[in-house]
Design a protein around this ligand. Structure first.
Ligand SMILES: [Zn+2]
Length: 235
């Protein structure tokens, strides 16, 4: 399964991803908050590629010091024309829960004080069975929005499920929005996964790379909380 590799220690520093001049750009801002470099491409790469009207900022909670994945992430951001930053939370396979305060402070810092038109992040139950960092990430962003610690007009949560590993992740039945990618866009997303991140054709990641992207679309933090609670009661 993905994201389960080896020996990254728990540093708290984040590494600025040096990118092109984007600070003076007047486009509305959109952000992607994900656990790992590659989640942005896997779950919403098609949306990013087809929405250049936004000034994108893509941030990750893990792998800032991963000498393999961090440079690949920077390469992908250049393709997206996005700015970004990485933190370096522990991503060991045993996945002890992250301290909530530290997680929240890190997300606030990664979002750099901007107001966003749209933020995309993991669903509170993740996209497959099962990755704690994905779930923690989505839940923390909803909570920070509710607390007014981060600012966005809209929050979209990735909406995928894998039937408890019965099949590869696909858009969940309760998604508010579904985008079937054109061949061109899907192939570009696959190219980023395979040629840049280096996943082989038989890897879980390459086989998963969704042709259809799905989102829960939330217009207010109140609705986000209500729907999250409702969904957890059902499950
Ligand atoms: Zn991940």
């Amino acid at each position: 399964m993905p994201e389960s590799s080896s020996s990254y220690s728990c540093h708290k520093t984040a590494t600025l991803v040096p990118l092109d001049e984007v600070r003076s750009d007047t486009r509305p801002r959109a952000a992607v908050v994900v656990a790992h470099p590659d989640d942005e491409t896997l779950w919403c790469g098609g949306y990013i590629l087809t929405h250049p009207e936004f000034l994108w900022r893509v941030v990750t909670l893990c792998r800032a010091t991963d000498v393999d994945r961090a440079p690949k992430f920077r390469h992908v951001l250049q393709r997206f024309g996005a700015e970004g930053e990485m933190a370096d939370f522990n991503d060991e396979p045993d996945q002890a829960p992250l301290p909530a305060g530290q997680l929240n402070e890190t997300i606030v810092r990664l979002l750099a004080g901007y107001s966003y038109d749209l933020i995309l992040t993991h669903g509170p139950r993740g996209e497959y069975t099962h990755h704690r960092r994905h779930e923690e990430c989505g839940r923390a962003v909803v909570e920070l929005w509710r607390l007014g610690r981060i600012h966005t007009e809209r929050l979209w949560l990735f909406a995928y499920e894998d039937g408890g590993r019965a099949y590869l992740p696909q858009v969940s039945g309760d998604a508010d929005r579904r985008d079937v990618l054109t061949d061109d866009v899907w192939l570009e997303k696959r190219r980023l996964m395979m040629d840049v991140y280096g996943y082989g054709p038989d890897s879980w990641e390459a086989r998963t790379t969704p042709r259809e992207e799905g989102f829960q679309c939330l217009d207010s933090a109140r609705i986000a909380i209500e729907r999250t609670v409702l969904r957890e009661q059902k499950s």
